[in-house]
Design a protein around this ligand. Sequence first.
Ligand SMILES: *[C@@H]1O[C@H](CO)[C@@H](O)[C@H](O)[C@H]1NC(C)=O
Ligand SMILES: *[C@@H]1O[C@H](CO)[C@@H](O)[C@H](O)[C@H]1NC(C)=O
Ligand SMILES: *[C@@H]1O[C@H](CO)[C@@H](O)[C@H](O)[C@H]1NC(C)=O
Length: 613
Amino acid sequence: MKISIAAALGLLAVAVSTAEAVKVNPLPAPVTISWGKTGPIKVDNNFKIVGPKHDVLTKAYARTAALIKDERWIPQTWEQPAGEFPPFPTLSKRGDDDDESTLKAFNNGGNKNKSIKTFTVQVSDLKADLQMSVDESYTLDVTAAGEGIIKAKTPWGALHALNTLAQIIIDDGKHGLQIEEPVHIEDAPKYTHRGIMLDTARNYYPIKALMKQIDALSWAKLNVFHWHITDTQSWPLEIKKYPQMLKDAYSPREVYTQRDIAALIKYGREHGVRVIPEIDMPGHSASGWLQIDKKAVTCADSWWDNDGWTHHSAVQPNPGQLDISYDGTYKLIKDIYSEAANLFKDNIFHVGSDELMTYCFNYSESAMDWFKQRPGSTYPDFAQYYLDKALPIYMDKPERRLMMWEDIVLSPDMPAKDVPKNIIMQSWNSGTANIKKLAQKGYDIVVSSADFFYLDCGNGGYVTNDPRYNDALEANPSDYSATTLNYLGMGASWCAPYKTWQRIYSYDFTKGLTAEEAKHVIGGEVALWSEQSDASVVESKVWPRAAALAELLWSGNRNAEGYKRATELTARISDYRERMIARGHGAHPIVPKYCLQHPHHCDLFRNQTAWGK
Ligand SMILES: *[C@@H]1O[C@H](CO)[C@@H](O)[C@H](O)[C@H]1NC(C)=O
Ligand SMILES: *[C@@H]1O[C@H](CO)[C@@H](O)[C@H](O)[C@H]1NC(C)=O
Ligand SMILES: *[C@@H]1O[C@H](CO)[C@@H](O)[C@H](O)[C@H]1NC(C)=O
């Protein structure tokens, strides 16, 4: 079947055999969606969305209606049963479905007289704040009689409904708009925390690029932008008390002013996306801090690796950690955290705490004194000393919940001994093994397992003067191993290979957890560490892969029969990617377009349950 646009317009409706057999199925798949069978419902070209007055929703009604009218979406692919293929080797027929007989002329049936002029939004609690665990459920009904009604408990559920609406109203091929069939949707996310993490310290992203990501997040019903703002390499965050910190921004242009931050938070709220800031402390800290008090940072001037792992002071250049033995450090933490925390509206603040390197403290006289004065003390005691001094600073208001990388509990070298259980742990190592450990200890968990959710993996290494790339050293293909740079090796990307959308979607991150432990998993994030990324590539590195995460966290990766539904996601995510391109986002292609126009022809297995349960 070759679909030219004209043919697609003329032949938009396949004979409807199951409730889902229409072209448009939103991503993430709603929890329940049931399509009627009475035919298309016209949507008036001048339709409106009306609902209660609300600072966010009122703008969203107009924005959504304008988007739909402007986009006039023509589905680029849709789910169809896998076709029949002749047995090998009689390649007389390619196995295409017979278009004319299986596709019914578009616009048959339906109520041609009436068109929907108004979609009505009803919200029962307009005051609900955009915070973790806010109700995001909604129902959406379009009836054969031509009524369109959205009901949500909160504005944030209503925003999701509007994004669904924008995916189901399509072009009718006659300069009009339509919804293919009456539809009833009941929807709510499985997990409350669904996001992406972007690192704006290794490389800088203009605030407008971050706003563009907010748009994309909201379309996919992702609700968290985890902003890893600072790291050792640069400090782009304006702190008015210490303006000198911005000397360690990459340039005076590559900074986030407090005005920028307020604008981003406002933009996020208007799109139902929470902005959760991260200032990574006490590890990954040098730039910025050094400009205020050199004694607050240790090992900043060391050679990061000493050409050998035994004396490494950092996992990557450049080294630097807050000197947690030095009292002056806590004054800086207090001043900087207090000012930063005031800028952000979210109850959650991420305070880093990953990858503390013990050897880095050997560069600090103060730290060495700390150990001398406390004979028998261990690195875990030292980590605990930091937590005991820093937590009262971080817990600045009763609603505050902190988020930390799991290292503070699970690091083999320097875990703290007593980490409060209400701190949310972000898990990045060892997949479900670490998730289980954290759940057993009673922590709530945000899943970012590197082996599934890290978007920077498989890109090769970025450190320079890396003689491992010298081909002569790896000249023999039979020498390959996980550590070689060629011949199926890791290519110097520690978390290689690249995680494809199918890999992301496949992740059963609660596997092996008891029901009680699974309740501790509050969601997940894909993460783009930015050593080799900035605004020039962010679209293609994040999208459409983050859409696979979005569905995984919204309605899961299994169909009603319990089978993993990656083959069903194929059409949704392919169409979604085309839509992102139409909306001006450079999401990368995941297949040759041939595969969109020939559903299932690019499947590795004809067996549609090959993924199993
Ligand atoms: C549409 O309008 C025509 C003429 O008024 C009427 O005969 C027909 O029953 C209407 N169809 C529907 C489905 O309401
Ligand atoms: C680093 O400091 C620790 C703690 O005092 C000490 O046990 C260790 O021997 C030191 N390492 C080196 C290489 O000096
Ligand atoms: C399809 O794959 C599933 C999962 O591997 C398997 O159980 C089933 O038998 C396969 N069906 C056919 C027809 O091969």
